[in-house]
Design a protein around this ligand. Sequence first.
Ligand code: BES
Ligand code: ZN
Ligand code: ZN
Length: 496
Amino acid sequence: MEWMKTSEALVKIPADAVIVFYAESFGLTSDAKEIDKRMDFQISRLIEEKEITGKYEECTVIYSCGRVPANKIIVIGLGKEKQCKLNDFRQSVAMGSRKAQELGASKIALSVPDHLIKSAGSTDLVQAVVEGVELGCYEHPVYKKDVNNQKISQVIFAEHMMSQSSVEAGIERGIVFAEATKLARNLSHQPANILTPTKLANVACEIAARCDLDIEIIDEKELENIGARALLSVAKGSKEPPKMIVLRYQGAPNDKETLGLVGKGVTFDSGGIQIKPATNMDWMKTDMAGAAAVLGAMEAIGTLRPYCNVLAVIPTCENMPGNYAYRPSDVITSMSGKTIEVIHTDAEGRIILADGLTYAKQQGATKLVDIATLTGASLVALGREKAIAMGNERDFIKEVLDAAEKSGEPMWELPVGEEYDYYLKSDIADIKNEGGSTAGAIQGGVFLKLFAEETPWVHLDIAGASLAHQDHGIYRKGSTGSGTRSLIQLALQMGL
Ligand code: BES
Ligand code: ZN
Ligand code: ZN
């Protein structure tokens, strides 16, 4: 998609479709008013007739019949309470542009309501617009001979109130955030026979080369040498060799802080010996969405190059029930030296993340964020609307939640205090990996907390948020790329 900015009024721009906004409280945007005038007040009439009410998610298409250079006018309702919120505006832009794409538009034009410039700030607002169009019009890749290639190829952003530099900065940042999210979506969408741990490592190598990041792929033999028994144990039931992917971005060599991002990279989760039910098992190809978010974020960080250090660690493997699969009752000595009693082979994510966290610490991470499709219980608790966050240090939790809020991926905190530790007390090992059916999402946090030790750490459970069941705003049915933008934002915040 090509982005262009112009100070020309929207009413003069030739395009297949222009997108304008309407809210009951402030009426049409100034650009929309000019178009309305040239259209013999057709929009006003529709408002009078209450066919356009301005409620959130309302979408009305009007054909211009040559009265303005644009072919179609798409009027989007902004809603009463939502009209001033940047996240809702991003969703509205996504919906409008997707409508345009569905109607066959390849060139669209849009502008933003003036009041949002004041409340959101120019650069953030433009970034949200770019993310809205790019992500709302995103299509998951398919393996079909005939694909509908009708896509928006050019977007004209009409604006005369903001400074040129803030518009340019917003466009640039929006494209980077959106491309990173698309990369994460593409990866999580890939079938498990195609996106194996080895393939994931190859993708990481490509990203490293493209974005000037250091990379190390630790293979099976080397994993033995460094004692990554937790990762190796989960991988044993599969023919596919596991890997630990390590990416480094050194943007502040004199700074002592290093942000460690640890992503769960289970390329297929059958449940192992305690195999999952058949229905919907195909979705377990997305059990590497945490890894995908980390890779997307690293691509963006390598492109934007903020003043901070980031270390990405991705333990990746398959969880399969093959002959050599790990069993319930196994006791594993993890890289940290702490022992794990396996109660449930389907609670594999926390096991591989244990080694991921330990390795990130060993390699110098001073703050840790892990991101994982960890528990079905997180889906029960918060649905697909929000990811769960928990952590061991107030200030760092707040930093992560702020980054999530700012990037439009609101997360919700759950507790992970000592009062929950008893769930995972083991008779035979330092910890067990499952402790009954209550507090399921929190148990994941309790387990990982032991391996984060004293390092400030936040655990993000994206099992719900990583998938959308229908098209909605910037989300398309399927993988969402959840967490990607929050992680980029966190790195940018740390670099300030
Ligand atoms: N990958 C799953 C979690 C998951 C569930 C992701 C639904 C996406 C959608 C994870 O490895 C798992 O199987 N967790 C178990 C843990 C249980 C055995 C303690 C679960 O949630 O049932
Ligand atoms: Zn599992
Ligand atoms: Zn899993």
